[in-house]
Design a protein around this ligand. Sequence first.
Ligand SMILES: Cc1ncc(COP(=O)(O)O)c(C=O)c1O
Length: 431
Amino acid sequence: MMDWTLAARAEKMNPSVIREILKVTEKPGIISFAGGLPSPKTFPITAFSEACAKVLREDGQAALQYAASEGYGPLREMVADFLPWKVDPTQVLITTGSQQGLDLLAKILIDKDSTILVETPTYLGALQAFTPMEPRVVSVASDDEGLDVDDLARKAGGARFLYLLPNFQNPTGRTMSEARRAALSARAAQLGLPIVEDNPYGDLWFDNPPPLPLTARNPDGCLYLGSFSKVLAPGLRLGFLVAPRALYPKLLQAKQAADLHSPGFNQRMIAEVMKGGFLDRHVPTIRALYKSQRDAMLAALKREMPEDVSWNKPDGGMFLWARLPEGMNAVELLPKAVDRNVAFVPGAAFYADQADARTLRLSFVTASVEQINTGVAALAAAIRESRPAQANAVGSGAAVRREGPPRASTAPSGGSEPHAVGSVGATQEAK
Ligand SMILES: Cc1ncc(COP(=O)(O)O)c(C=O)c1O
C-alpha cells in the first residue's frame, strides 16, 4: 500500500455534508427543489442537431483538432457583440464553463491567506473554487438590494477582490438595485478594490432587464464571467471571461495549464446556433417558462406555508430564498422533508462563515407545476411537523413576513449558529 501525502490545499477540500444529505434526494419519486440545473425543456436540441451536422460537414477537421487557448475567434466576437458595453474580442477568453473561470482567477489572484470578499450568502461553487488557494474569505453584509457598501468599505483593506453576483443571485435570487450598483462601483474605484462579477443568470429576467453590469461601469477594475449554460445548455461546458488587459495573459497561461483550450467542436456548435440572432428568439421562451414556474411556486407557498415562514420574489433566474420560523434549522428539516418526498438545499451551504441556519434555497425551474404544488404542500407539512413547540404557538413573536425578503437572512452574522455544514462541496444537485 503506497502512503500518498496530500498537499495542504487538498486537505482544504472537505467532503460535502450537503452532498451526503442530498444523496437521499436521489430516491425515486422525490420532488427536488434542490437542483441547480436549468430546465432541460429549454435546451434547443433541434438547433444543436442541425449545427452539429453543419460544423462536421463544413469545418470538421478544424473542429476536431487542437485549437487556440483563447477560444474560437467568431465565438469571441459574438460574445463581445452580445455584451452591453464596448468589449474588444481580444479581451474575451472562452472557458470550460464559467466554473473554470472561477478556478483560473483563483489561481492567478489568490495567495495563501489573501483576503477575498464575498456577499452573504454566496455561490457555493465559487467558495469551492477559491478554497484550495487557502484564502481568508470575508463575508460582506448584504440585504435584499445586494451588498452593503459601508460594510464593504470597513472590510476592504488589503483584499484581493470582491466576488459578487448582481443578477438573480445564486442562492437568493436577489438582484442588486441600480442605486446600490452605482454606489458600489464608485466606492470600489475609490478603494482600489477589484471586482469579480459573475453573471450566469442576467439574461433570465422576467419583467424588466436588470441594471447594467458593474463591469460596464469600470471595465479595467472588473473581471466579468459569463456562461452559455443557462441560455443554451450546460452540458457543452462553455462560458467566458472578459478580462482587463493587465490580467488577460496570466489567465491565458492558467487556462493553457488547465486544459489547453475548451472544446473547439462545442464552441463552433454554439457559434453556429447563435448566428442570426437565435438568442433573441430563444431566451424569451426561457424567461416565459421560468416566470410561470416562479409564479406557481409563489402561489403554492402562499397557499401552503405557515404564517411565519418567509420568502422573497425573485425578478429572474432560477431560485427563491426562504426562511423558516424562529428556532428551526433547515439542515435538520431536510431529512423530514425527504421522508415526505421533497428536497431543497439548506441555505447554510452558501455562507462563507456564520450561516443563517433558518434559510433554504428552492429552485422553481425543473419541477412541473403539479410537482411544485405537491412538493410545497409536503414541505409545509414537514415544517409543521418538525417545528419546536414554542414556534407553534400562535402569536409567539416569530417573524411574519410573506412574499417579502426573508428577514435578516443575509447578514453575515444573521444566524446564531456557526456554519452548519462545514466547507461544502458543489454537487451537480446543489450548485
Ligand atoms: C453563480 C454561478 N456561477 C457559475 C456557475 C457555473 O456555471 P457554468 O460552469 O455551467 O458556466 C453557476 C452554475 O450554477 C452559478 O450558479
